[in-house]
Design a protein around this ligand. Structure first.
Ligand code: FAD
Length: 436
C-alpha cells in the first residue's frame, strides 16, 4: 500500500500533502481539546534542572533571556490531584511499578492486570517511577532520586515559542543531533557515535565540542537505507516544527508584541521545502502511532480523582483515536526493519535515538529543554508503538508510562499546530501579505 521511496517529499509516507491537510483540519480541534481541556494531558513531569549535559560542559550555551524561563509548580497543592505524588503514593504497591525485566520474563504480558488494584483503579493511577527502563524504550530513563521529586509544569502556562536561544549553544546541540544519523556501514555496532560521558570525562569532551565545530556540513542521509532516512526525517521534522512555533509566536523586540513573523518562516521553512515535507512525514508517523492505541485506550483509567473529568478526557481521546483508526493508515511501518540485518539495525536506531534524548540535557534554555524533552519523548513513544507494539496481540507489549502518553499526545498536537501554521504562513506568502 504505502511505498516509502527515497525522494525528499512527503511521499516517503504514502500520504499526500492534501490528504494530511484535510485530515489535520478534522484532527486539529480534537487534539486541542485533548491537550488543553483536562488536567491529565496539560501537565507534565520531567527532570528539567537536575541533570548535566553528559557530552560537554554547557555553561557557555546558557540562555539568560526571560523568555527562556519556565514556571514550574513548586507546591504539591497547586498541582491537580492526578499529578500529585502524595495522592499517587497512597496507591504505591506491588503493582505500582512497571514490571521490571525479570517480572516481564515471568509474566510476558506487560499490560496492566485490571483488578490487582481494585476494579476502579488502573495502573495509570499509581505512582510511576521512570527509572525503570524497558529495553524497547527509545528514550533514556530519568534517574531515580531526582525523578521521585521531579519538576512539574503546566504546558499551557509555558507555551513553546520564540525564546531568543540561538548561536553557538543551540547550533552545537542541533549539530550533535544530526550527527547521530551517521549509521556506520553495513550497520554500526550497538554503541552509538556519542557515548555518554561521566565525571572527569566531561572535561575531555570539550575536545569533542571543537571537533563538532570544525566538521561541516551536517551529514545528510543517503538513499541506501530506508531506516537512516526515516531517522533523519524524524529529527528534521521535529526541528521544522520547533522553527515553525518560534516563527508563529515571535517576539517583535521593537514593539514588544508577540505574533507571526513571515520572514522568519520564509528563511527557515518556505525556502527549504524538504523541511516542510519532513514535518508532514512526522505527522503521518505520529498519527499512525496514536491510531495503534485505539484498543488499548478503551480500558485506560485516567484517574483525575474526578470521575466527570475522567469521562470527558476519555471521550476526547477516544473520539480522536476513533477518527484515526477508522481511516486507511497513512504510514506503513511494516516495511522497515525487514532485511537480514533488521535486529542490529533496530538496536542501532534505538541507541541513536536514546542519545538524542540525552542531548536534550545539553539545551541551555529551560523552555526549549522542556519542549525538546517532551517532543523527543513523544517521538520515542511513537517509534516504540510503531515498531514494538502489537495492537492485535496484546501480549508482550512494552509498558506505556503516563508521561509517555502525555508526551505523545502533546507532540502530536505540536505537529498538528505546525501544519496549521504553515498553511497560514503559505497563504500570507502567496497573497503577498508579508508585512509581519
Ligand atoms: P537553527 O534552527 O539553529 O539550525 C541550525 C542549522 O541546521 C541550520 O543552519 C541548517 O543548516 C540546519 N537546519 C535548520 N532547520 C533544519 C531542518 N528542519 N532540517 C534539517 N536541517 C535544518 N528557539 C526558540 O526560540 N524557541 C524554542 O522553543 C526553541 N527550542 C529549541 C529546542 C532545541 C532542542 C534546540 C536545540 C534549540 C531550540 N531553539 C529554540 C533554538 C532554535 O532551534 C534555533 O537553534 C535558533 O533559533 C537559531 O536558529 P538558526 O537560524 O541559527 O538555525
Amino acid at each position: 500500500i504505502c511505498a516509502i521511496d527515497s525522494k525528499s517529499t512527503v511521499s516517503d509516507t504514502c500520504a499526500s500533502y492534501a490528504t494530511i491537510d484535510s485530515l489535520n483540519n478534522e484532527i486539529h480541534p480534537l487534539l486541542k481539546s485533548v491537550t488543553r481541556g483536562n488536567d491529565f494531558f496539560s501537565y507534565y513531569r520531567l527532570n528539567l534542572y537536575n541533570k548535566v549535559c553528559p557530552f560537554w560542559e554547557d555553561e557557555n550555551g546558557l540562555c539568560g533571556n526571560i523568555a527562556c524561563a519556565v514556571n514550574t509548580i513548586d507546591s504539591e497543592e497547586d498541582l491537580p490531584p492526578v499529578w500529585r505524588i502524595e495522592e499517587l503514593s497512597k496507591l504505591e504497591g506491588p503493582r505500582a511499578h512497571h514490571p521490571g525485566k525479570q517480572q516481564q520474563k515471568e509474566r510476558p504480558s506487560a499490560r496492566p492486570l485490571q483488578g490487582d488494584l481494585g476494579d476502579n483503579v488502573g495502573e495509570s493511577c499509581v505512582l510511576e517511577y521512570d527509572d525503570e527502563c524497558d529495553e524497547r524504550d527509545y528514550c533514556v530513563p530519568e534517574d531515580e532520586g531526582a525523578l521521585a521529586k521531579g519538576d512539574y509544569v503546566s504546558l499551557i502556562d509555558n507555551p513553546e515559542r520564540f525564546t531568543g536561544y540561538a548561536g553557538e549553544g543551540s547550533h552545537q546541540v542541533w549539530d550533535a543531533i544530526y550527527r547521530e544519523n551517521c549509521f556506520v556501514k553495513p550497520f554500526s555496532s550497538p554503541s552509538s557515535q556519542l557515548a555518554p560521558l561521566h565525571g572527569m570525562q566531561i572535561q575531555a569532551a570539550n575536545d569533542f565540542r571543537n571537533v563538532l565545530q570544525k566538521e561541516q556540513p551536517q551529514p545528510q542521509p543517503d538513499d541506501e537505507c530506508l531506516e537512516k532516512r526515516v531517522f533523519y526525517r524524524v529529527i528534521s521534522g521535529m526541528h521544522a516544527s520547533i522553527s515553525t512555533h518560534l516563527c508563529w509566536e515571535y517576539l517583535n523586540q521593537t514593539t514588544d508584541e508577540w505574533g507571526p513573523n513571515v520572514q522568519c518562516y520564509k528563511d527557515r521553512l518556505h525556502n527549504h521545502p524538504e523541511r516542510i515535507s519532513n514535518l508532514y512525514f512526522n505527522y503521518a508517523l505520529v498519527s499512525r502511532a496514536v491510531a495503534k492505541l485505539h484498543n488499548y485506550l478503551q480500558n485506560y483509567k485516567f484517574c483525575s480523582f474526578d470521575p466527570e473529568q475522567d469521562l470527558a478526557t476519555k471521550q476526547q481521546v477516544l473520539t480522536l483515536t476513533e477518527k484515526l483508526h477508522s481511516r486507511a493508515p497513512i504510514f506503513d511501518e511494516a516495511v522497515m526493519f525487514q532485511d537480514e540485518h533488521a535486529m542490529d539495525l533496530k538496536e542501532d536506531f534505538r541507541n541513536r535515538f536514546r542519545n538524542v534524548s540525552r542531548l536534550m540535557d545539553c539545551v541551555g534554555c529551560d523552555k526549549c529543554r522542556l519542549w525538546g524533552k517532551l517532543q523527543v519523548n513523544g517521538y520515542g513513544t511513537a517509534l516504540k508503538l510503531l515498531f514494538d507494539y502489537d495492537e492485535t496481540e496484546e501480549v508482550d507489549n512494552p509498558p506505556l508510562r503516563r508521561t509517555e502518553l502525555v508526551a505523545l499526545m502533546n507532540t502530536y498536537a505540536r505537529i498538528s499546530n505546525s501544519i496549521a501554521a504553515v498553511h497560514s504562513f503559505r497563504q500570507a506568502v502567496e497573497s503577498g501579505h508579508e508585512d509581519r
